[in-house]
Ligand binder design. Structure first.
Ligand SMILES: CCCCNCc1ccc(S(N)(=O)=O)cc1
Ligand SMILES: [Zn+2]
Length: 263
């Protein structure tokens, strides 16, 4: 079901960070959000998430990050509201992080780097019938981005952290159920920035409405250290490489406007 886009590269291809800018791409992600240049839009609504923990299926290492995948064959776990006109189905969430707490996020706020960033990936189930279809369309996907800061231990995250040693290597999968992704959202989801962008890993398609939360979540140093114990490489490979710095370089804004839901 690999996307048929012309930008699909194998995960091990040196350009997995993708070309610096996709040829002809004028809405690439991630970007730096210049807070004072974002435009308040009073039409932006609160986000409405309704996630069913029972639709959680598995957690696996895809060689870029680790993904928690949800059953998206029905409208059980959905996102609507915010900047969105349609209803979007949750298909997976994953993270990006650094080798140290000094960096790791894909987006930045006035150039401020966070140690990690959570992405909750949804596709437009009002308009399309499969993720693979939606990924090719300009209103196909909606990704919620949440910044992580190092501080107190995140109790909800621990269940996920405890599963990571079982998926250390690329392509390892374990069954994972009853996880409510809502526990990873900040307490305030009314304040966010939104802009039109792309996937930050191949196929890099320009199909994403990004919704970046203003409020971060806190995780402990030890919890983040377990993320860094994952490997980019499969069990067979002779040289093992730690899964760290799995973020893309930032992309030009190309005149895009970043809107805010708050003043
Ligand atoms: C068609 C198969 C593609 C699998 N991978 C999709 C994908 C890539 C990047 C992001 S992200 N990092 O922009 O949220 C989400 C989902
Ligand atoms: Zn991501």
């Amino acid at each position: 079901t690999a996307c048929s886009s012309k930008y699909v590269l194998s995960p091990m291809h040196p350009m997995w960070q993708g070309p610096l800018a996709v040829p002809g791409g004028d809405r690439q992600s991630p970007i730096d959000i210049v807070v004072r240049k974002s435009i308040f839009d009073g039409e932006l609504k609160p986000l409405v998430t309704s996630y069913d923990p029972h639709t959680c299926q598995q957690i696996w290492n895809n060689g870029y990050s680790f993904l928690v995948e949800y059953d998206d064959t029905t409208d059980k776990s959905t996102l609507k509201g915010g900047p969105l006109k349609d209803k979007f189905r949750l298909c997976q969430f994953h993270f990006h992080w650094g080798e140290t707490n000094a960096w790791g996020s894909e987006h930045t706020l006035d150039r401020k780097l966070f140690p990690a960033e959570l992405h909750l990936v949804h596709w437009n189930s009002d308009k399309y019938s499969l993720f693979e279809e939606a990924v090719m369309e300009d209103n196909g996907l909606a990704v919620i981005g949440v910044f992580l800061k190092v501080g107190k231990r995140h109790e909800g995250l621990q269940k996920l952290v405890d599963a990571l040693p079982a998926i250390r290597h690329k392509d390892s999968v374990v069954e994972f159920n009853r996880f409510d992704p809502a526990c990873l959202l900040p307490t305030n989801t009314d304040n966010y920035w939104t802009y039109h962008g792309s996937l930050t890993t191949p196929p890099l398609t320009e199909s994403v409405t990004w919704i970046i939360m203003r409020q971060h979540i806190e995780v402990s140093h030890d919890q983040l250290a377990v993320f860094r114990s994952l490997l980019f490489t499969s069990a067979e490979e002779e040289v093992q490489r730690s899964m760290v710095n799995n973020f893309r370089v930032q992309q030009p804004l190309r005149g895009r406007t970043v809107r805010s839901s708050f003043i």
